[in-house]
Design a protein around this ligand. Sequence first.
Ligand SMILES: [Zn+2]
Length: 368
Amino acid sequence: MKKSRKCIWALGLLLVAGCAGPKNVSPEDPVDALKLKDYDPVSVFVMEEHHPSAARFSTIDMHSHAYRNDEAGIRQWVKTLDENNIEKVIVHTKAFGEEFDRLYDLFTGISDKFEVWCGFDMTKWDQPEFPACAVKELERCFAKGAGGVGELIDKGLGERISSAGREVGLHFNDPKFDALFEKCAELGMPVSIHSGDPIWMYEPLDSHNDGYMNAKHWWIDLSVPGTLDLDGVVDAFVECVERHPNTTFIACHLLNLNHDYARLGKILDSHPNLWIDISARHQETCVTPRATARFYEKYQDRILFGTDNDPDPDMYHAQWRILETEDEHFYLKEQSYHWPMQGIGLSDTVLRKLYHDNAIGILSARKR
Ligand SMILES: [Zn+2]
């Protein structure tokens, strides 16, 4: 009798919990019944919280995209930037030709907070005339007002932005890119390149994959012929940086090496023409908050702030909480991994360089 009353009480609790939001799980075997995709923990820790509503210092976002495509949306974005103490945003269009011109006119016509960067024209990438044609288009975009090049991407199959549908593109150490990167140096255009992806995307999708919850969305199939693994992509990028010492390179997303700060540090040590942006990697770096804070401290002259995310107020507020506070064990509204977030609590000296001074150094070194 006693036992069955207990069961009814437990069932009642589950039903109440079900009404409150979380998905019901079987009372018989809840661990087996709960699907990994439904796991949605809520922090129980009672601790002081900090929610900065704006960046502590005036900020330059070195990695964003054309997330708004209409005048009203862009004006709303400018309002959010003002409220968050962001003075400038680099819009990586990845575009060339008419699309670049359209985006350039749209953004710069609304606010001088936006600086618009172009892509490479890859349309003839597998034809002999590619370098000459692409350089010509780069010069045209520069004359139109492009302040740099971004974002170029190679996750293993080569640069494919403008070669959609092709099997394999070019890696950045391919000599066919030489004339383009040299032209960037001549024109003083910094180049932002996304090489690889977080390490979990290259590992087997099995029960040992530490970042499984996100890897399953972005997994890279290394069995596809011609695909480089993360080491291969990073090596190709580093060779490119080495070959063009007069070109300023920005490795997006910490060169996707936040799992191996020693290696990333060595690459920065030996390549003075290289910077890294920290965009869209808080979820990867927060899992090791102390190692990340130490790395940012040590390489405070080489790191750039970027967001690379939909520019709504919550996204910006999360940046300030993570970088400026020491809040622990909290979850964001949208989160891809199974682990909680941690504040990194950077010093004012590091924050000033990260948010602003390092970017100014790169942008003001340009020739116009
Ligand atoms: Zn991006």
